[in-house]
Design a protein around this ligand. Structure first.
Ligand SMILES: Cc1ncc(COP(=O)(O)O)c(C=O)c1O
Length: 400
């Protein structure tokens, strides 16, 4: 297939293929999926190249040994990039693991919590709740706070941490509900307790003191690449203190010893993460954070200004990554979904436990994509009112 020209769809780069009259669009859609989610265009292009020829080896990244010097270099550099971007101290180790965020729900307590010990958990959403249920298999769980009674639409402010907690577990961003902890929420906890964070949906989205966490984990498929990789950053001093025997694949210490190569890693997914981390470094976390804030503000402002849409969550807890909203008249939601789809906007259906809409506006989503959604919100509203006025006029004329 010969790619002959570049054009734009909804302001985004696409390629036109003249051979078979089809459009091959790298990004013909505006992708608001919650994960796997949008990747930077240059990452997609580099990954495509590597599928054809990885690092000039004449082999595809999909068929090269993870023990080859070319891939070992990628793994080393990817871990070094996380270290550099997070400005980690020497006590922290960086791991690239399998198993997604969900596997960390059991790996964390298995490695950190004895049966007779207590860990405190923030219950701020479905994922947090999942982590709680898995921790109960290994030790005692104290619920430090919960917003379950309001379908997790806020971050609780009254926190009670068990004084003898082995660690405190938080979900920094609640992907399904669109709430996010504030950076200032962490130090009051980390000053007194070992802090563990599920950062699956907001890692590298803002500047943060990453050394205040004893353990961070994040599934890759939102801000750091493709599904299949889970980044773990752990303070090695907290390991090796539980009595139980741990299966090899679930033991952080072994993964550290084997430099994330205890078994065959997800080679391609690690490579995509490596490319994404390079992109983050090039952009700079500060600049990414500023852009994320601008994107979120534009979208929340449009929702707040509209008489058709409602923001779902407490304003002070709004997520900068996942913007959740509903329509005041639910019967219009199907129409809005069709209207946005026709504009190439995909992935904005709300999670089934919340309904409505969710626009995930991760690091790689360009600001122009948010502009398209904001424009759709505004135009849909004026169309809706134009229709109402049309019917009012019709009714008035029928009385003349
Ligand atoms: C905050 C959070 N934690 C955990 C998970 C689960 O990740 P995975 O599907 O990779 O196991 C998700 C998935 O979306 C998530 O958003």
């Amino acid at each position: 297939m010969r790619v002959v020209s570049v054009f734009m769809v909804n302001g985004l780069n696409c390629f036109e293929n003249n051979n078979c009259d089809v459009y091959v669009c790298l990004m013909s859609k505006i992708n608001f999926y919650a994960g796997p989610a949008i990747l930077p265009q240059e990452v997609l292009q580099q990954a495509q190249e590597a599928v054809k020829d990885f690092a000039g080896t004449g082999l595809s990244i999909l068929e090269i040994s993870h023990r080859s010097k070319e891939f070992v270099k990628i793994m080393d550099e990817a871990r070094a990039l996380v270290r550099e971007l997070m400005q980690l101290n020497d006590e922290r180790e960086v791991l690239f693991l399998h198993g997604g965020g969900l596997s960390q729900f059991h790996m964390v307590p298995m490695n950190l919590l004895n049966e007779n010990e207590t860990a405190s958990y923030f219950d701020t959403g479905t994922w947090a709740h999942g982590a709680i249920e898995e921790a109960k298999l290994f030790g005692k769980v104290h619920i430090a706070c919960s917003s379950k009674e309001k379908n997790y639409n806020y971050i609780p402010k009254d926190i009670s941490i068990a004084p003898d907690s082995k660690y405190v577990h938080v979900t920094s961003n609640n992907t399904i509900y669109g709430t996010q902890l504030n950076p200032s929420d962490y130090s009051p906890i980390s000053t007194y307790h070992s802090l563990v964070a599920d950062m699956s949906s907001d890692i590298f989205s803002r500047e943060l003191d990453y050394n205040q966490f004893d353990l961070i984990y994040a599934a890759g498929q939102k801000n750091v690449g493709a599904a299949g990789v889970t980044i773990v950053v752990v303070n090695k001093n907290i390991l090796g203190k539980v009595d139980r025997k741990i299966p090899r694949m679930l033991d952080y210490r072994l993964h550290i010893e084997k430099e994330s190569m205890l078994n065959t890693p997800s080679v391609f997914a690690v490579y995509v993460s490596y490319l994404t981390l390079q992109w983050i470094k090039k952009e700079g976390i500060k600049a990414i954070e500023e852009r994320n804030n601008r994107k979120a503000k534009k979208l929340y402002d449009a929702i707040d200004a509209s008489s058709l849409f409602n923001g779902n969550v407490a304003k002070e807890d709004r997520s900068v990554m996942n913007v959740c909203f509903t329509m005041k008249d639910q019967s219009l939601e199907k129409k809005f979904a069709e209207y946005t789809l026709a504009k190439g906007i995909v992935g904005i259906d709300g999670h089934r436990s919340v309904g409505g809409f969710r626009a995930s506006i991760y690091n790689a989503l360009p600001e122009s994509a948010v502009d398209v959604l904001v424009d759709a919100i505004k135009k849909f509203e004026s169309k809706a009112y134009a229709t109402i006025f049309f019917f009012i006029n019709c009714i008035s004329y029928s009385f003349l």
